[in-house]
Design a protein around this ligand. Structure first.
Ligand code: IMP
Length: 425
C-alpha cells in the first residue's frame, strides 16, 4: 500500500482533519511532521465534534497507531490536556497507540511569553501568530538550545538547558518587554513534574516507521497549516516557522523521501486566511461575509474570524508544483450553494504582465490584481450526494474547471462536515 502525505494547499484550515480522518481507515500508522498546537483539526463523527491541536486526528480510529515526529514542536501541557480529553471520551491513548519522537522539541512557557510579547510590540507589521510559542521554539531549535522530549529523562540537563535559554530571554523580558524575569529553577520544576506522564510516550519514531514499512503497513503523514504559510515558500514574513511542504514529511519524521508516494493536497472550494499577510482574492463585501457565516470560518485554535475570498488557482498551481501533488481533496463545496455566480481567479495581473504563478519578491503579492472567470452558481442541496454523477452539472463544471486550471485530478469532494459526506471519485 502506498504512503500518503496530506498537506493544506492554501493558507491552512482547508479541512485536513476530516480527510486525514477518512484516510485513517486505510492506514495503520499516522504521523505528524511539523507545526505544533497552532493547528486545529476539527473532526465530526456522527454529529460529534472533536478538535485536536497536537495529537494526530487518526487517534480516533482504534486500529491506528499515531506518532508525533521530530519536526513537530510539542507543548507538554497541551499534550497532557489532549490526552485527558481523549481518554474521557473513551479513546485509548496508551503508549502502545501513541508515541512522541525522542527528538521532538518542547515548547516551554517562555516561548509562549516571547511570542505574545513580540506580537504585542509590533504595530502594523503584526504577523497575527497564534501566540502558542511556535516561532520561539523553532528559533531555539535552530540556535541549538532547545529542550527535546528525551531530555526529560535527565533532570540536570533540563535545568542546564533552561538556565541557558533564559540567560538571554530574561534580558529581553525585563529590558525590552517590561516583563518579570522567569525563574529557571521554577520553570524546570514545572516541566519535570510533567515528565512522568510524558516519558512513557517518548520513543524512536524512525524505528517504528521503518518497522511499519517492513511489515507492508501503510503510513499517513499529517500536515498542519498550509503551503503558503511555509517558512521558505510561503508569503514571508507572514508565515509560520516550519516547512509545511510535503518534502518535510521525510525530514520531520526520519523517513527517506522515496517513501512519500502519494501527495494529497487539501483545497477548500474558496480561500481563507487567518492572521495578516497578502490575500489577493479576499472579499470585503457581502460575499465575503456569506462565505464566513456559511462556512463557519472562525479559527479552531484562536476563534479569530477567518478572512474569506474566491478560489485562487495561482497559489494552487504553485502548491501543485512545490509538492508534486498527485491528487486533490476539494472541501466545503456545499458552502458555495446560493451564490448566483462563482468566481475563480485564473491568473494575476502584475506590473502590466499576466502571471500564472505568484511573483517571488517579498510583498509583491500585495500588489497583484486577480484575473477572474465566472461560472454559474448552484441552488441544489448537495450535502447528501454520494456519487459524482449525481452532482448538478454546474457543480461538476466548477470542479472540472479547477482541475484544468491546476493540472491535478480531484479525487475527493467533501460536501459537508461529517465523515460520510464525502464523494470518492
Ligand atoms: P504561528 O504559526 O502561531 O507562528 O502563526 C504564524 C501565522 O500562521 C499566523 O498568520 C497564523 O494565523 C497562521 N497559522 C498558524 N497555524 C495555522 C493553522 O493551523 N491554520 C491557519 N493559519 C495558521
Amino acid at each position: 500500500m502506498p504512503n500518503t502525505v496530506i498537506i493544506g494547499a492554501q493558507w491552512g484550515d482547508e479541512g485536513k482533519g476530516k480527510i486525514v480522518d477518512l484516510l485513517s481507515r486505510q492506514s495503520q500508522v499516522i504521523v505528524r511532521f511539523q507545526g505544533g498546537n497552532n493547528a486545529g483539526h476539527t473532526i465530526s463523527v456522527a454529529g460529534k465534534k472533536t478538535i485536536l491541536h497536537l495529537i494526530p486526528s487518526g487517534i480516533l480510529h482504534p486500529s491506528a497507531v499515531c506518532y508525533i515526529g521530530n519536526g513537530v514542536v510539542l507543548d507538554p501541557f497541551v499534550f497532557i490536556e489532549e490526552l485527558t480529553t481523549l481518554a474521557s471520551s473513551g479513546i485509548d491513548v496508551s503508549p502502545k497507540r501513541l508515541g512522541i519522537s525522542a527528538k521532538t522539541q518542547l515548547i516551554l512557557p517562555y516561548h509562549k511569553i516571547l511570542d505574545q510579547a513580540r506580537e504585542g510590540l509590533r504595530n502594523k507589521d503584526k504577523i497575527g501568530t497564534t501566540g502558542r510559542g511556535i516561532g520561539p521554539c523553532y528559533e531555539d531549535k535552530a540556535a541549538r538550545i532547545g529542550l527535546r522530549a528525551s531530555d526529560l529523562q535527565d533532570k540536570d540537563l533540563v535545568l542546564r538547558k533552561i538556565v541557558r535559554a533564559l540567560s538571554e530571554k530574561n534580558i529581553l523580558f525585563t529590558h525590552l518587554y517590561g516583563l518579570n524575569a522567569i525563574d529557571p529553577e521554577q520553570c524546570a520544576k514545572e516541566i519535570l513534574e510533567l515528565a512522568p506522564k510524558i516519558l512513557p510516550y517518548v520513543t524512536d519514531v524512525e524505528a517504528h516507521l521503518a518497522a511499519a514499512e517492513a511489515q507492508g503497513q501503510n503510513i499517513l503523514f499529517e500536515g498542519a497549516q498550509g503551503i503558503h504559510l511555509d517558512i521558505d515558500h510561503g508569503t514571508y514574513p507572514f508565515v509560520t516557522s516550519s516547512n509545511t511542504v510535503a518534502a518535510n514529511a521525510a525530514t520531520g519524521t526520519g523517513i527517506g523521501p522515496k517513501r512519500l508516494h502519494n501527495i494529497l493536497g487539501i483545497v477548500k472550494a474558496y480561500t481563507t486566511r487567518v492572521g495578516a499577510g497578502a490575500f489577493p482574492t479576499e472579499l470585503s463585501d457581502q460575499y465575503g461575509q456569506m462565505l464566513q457565516s456559511a462556512g463557519h470560518e472562525f479559527g479552531a485554535t484562536t476563534g479569530r474570524p477567518r478572512r474569506c475570498g474566491w478560489l485562487d488557482t495561482v497559489i494552487l498551481r504553485a502548491s501543485a508544483r512545490l509538492n508534486d501533488l498527485t491528487s486533490i481533496a476539494l472541501t466545503k463545496l456545499d458552502v458555495l450553494r446560493g451564490f448566483p455566480k462563482i468566481k475563480i481567479c485564473t491568473a494575476y495581473e502584475y506590473n502590466g504582465s499576466r502571471l500564472e504563478y505568484p511573483p517571488q519578491k517579498e510583498g509583491s503579492l500585495f500588489l497583484v490584481k486577480p484575473i477572474y472567470e465566472e461560472v454559474e452558481g448552484f441552488t441544489e442541496d448537495i450535502t447528501n450526494m454520494q456519487n459524482y454523477n449525481a452532482l448538478p452539472s454546474t457543480v461538476k463544471r466548477y470542479i472540472e474547471r479547477i482541475e484544468e486550471l491546476i493540472g491535478v485530478p480531484i479525487a475527493y469532494i467533501s460536501v459537508g462536515p461529517d465523515r460520510e459526506q464525502t464523494i470518492v471519485r
